[in-house]
Ligand binder design. Structure first.
Ligand SMILES: [Cu+2]
Length: 345
């Protein structure tokens, strides 16, 4: 099941009434006449049975456009970088299947959202093989997931990461105040498949949601007076994020997305590699608000998104953008029946 919004897609395991959706044709194949593998994105398959959420994902090799005209032959989950945004509820048990479509390399899954013995639950899946693992998401938050296959640095730097949001059982104390929600994942791109660059070099791009152009060409949107929530995660692999929205102050920040970790009045949130947060702020004037890492060498390398605030409701002006890729994943619940996120404007 997925919510398709004007900004992209996210996938969740929250809604039983969406059971059975999500199956799409799986495909893979080499680009004709080359050795370069470029497997078309495969949609994850997710369905819920009670408190069990069944998630099927792929490891695959897919070209992604990290800057306009610049392709990176990425190692991915489901063909996008970052991988699909997963959303479950505190206490859910995840029954997770990883299918490895990469003909050449082992891959695996390390969910930061669970307690599990890594040498049993995060183990490698061989090419053309699949494995299923079961664990419980017992702690709420905004968590990184990534491939944990050795060398981990290579697998993350090549694109194998994403975000899983574990909703608190009783929600966040500020849920009723939030008008719209987005997900941003910061990460770095180095010289393609260059282990020396991963180890000792500087990133060529530092980006939100996989590339340096998507959130500039298609800004996030809000209306004057809205309270905006951003689920933010820093995938690294090597650098911190100094997450900042120009022109506003975070009224509330939940460090790592845990409702008990509420802080107030923050200008910038420091995210370690793999760290996450929920940030909330109110936009009071119309205009364009840059969202940056305040480590400005990284902003200059791409870590900038725009939040466009308008006097009129932007949802009334949206023409559906059918853009695939992980350039932006908006957790838009405006049309969702889940009361927790059914915000009135
Ligand atoms: Cu991997």
């Amino acid at each position: 099941m997925h919510h398709e919004t004007h900004h992209g897609m996210m996938y969740d395991g929250l809604h039983e009434d969406h059971m059975g959706l999500g199956m799409k044709g799986e495909g893979e194949g080499n680009v004709a006449g080359t050795d370069r593998i470029n497997q078309p994105p495969v949609e994850p398959i997710i369905h819920r049975e009670g408190n069990f959420v069944f998630i099927e994902m792929t490891a695959q090799v897919t070209d992604v456009e990290i800057s306009r005209g610049i392709l990176y032959n990425a190692w991915t989950f489901n063909g996008t970088v970052p991988g699909p945004v997963l959303r479950v509820k505190e206490g859910d048990t995840l029954v997770f299947t990883l299918r490895n479509h990469d003909p050449e390399n082992d891959h695996s899954m390390d969910f930061h959202a669970v307690h599990a013995a890594p040498n049993r639950k995060f183990i490698d899946v061989a090419p053309h093989d699949e494995r299923t693992f079961t664990y419980t998401a017992s702690s709420p938050g905004v968590f990184m997931y990534h491939c944990g296959t050795d060398p981990i640095l290579e697998h993350i730097a090549n694109g194998m990461y994403g975000t899983i949001i574990v909703e608190p059982k009783d929600g966040y104390p500020s849920d009723q105040e939030v008008d719209r929600e987005y997900v941003l994942v910061q990460s770095e791109w180095y010289a393609e498949h260059d282990m020396e660059a991963f180890l000792n070099g500087e990133p060529e791009y530092v980006v939100f949601n996989g590339n340096d152009y998507g959130l500039k060409e298609h800004p996030l949107t809000a209306k004057v007076g809205d309270t905006v929530r951003i689920y933010v995660s820093n995938a690294g692999p090597n650098h911190t994020s100094s997450f900042h929205v120009v022109g506003t102050i975070f009224d509330r920040v939940y460090i790592d997305g845990h409702p008990d970790n509420m802080m107030h009045g923050m200008q910038t949130v420091l995210l370690p590699a793999s760290g996450g947060a929920v940030v909330e702020f109110t936009v009071k004037e119309a205009g364009d608000y840059p969202i940056v890492s305040h480590q400005f060498n990284h902003a200059a390398k791409g870590a900038v998104a725009i939040l466009r605030v308008t006097e009129d409701d932007p949802d009334a002006m949206i023409t559906h953008r059918n853009e695939v890729s992980a350039e932006l994943m908006d957790v838009g619940f405006q049309n969702d029946e889940n009361a927790t996120f059914d915000h009135e404007f």
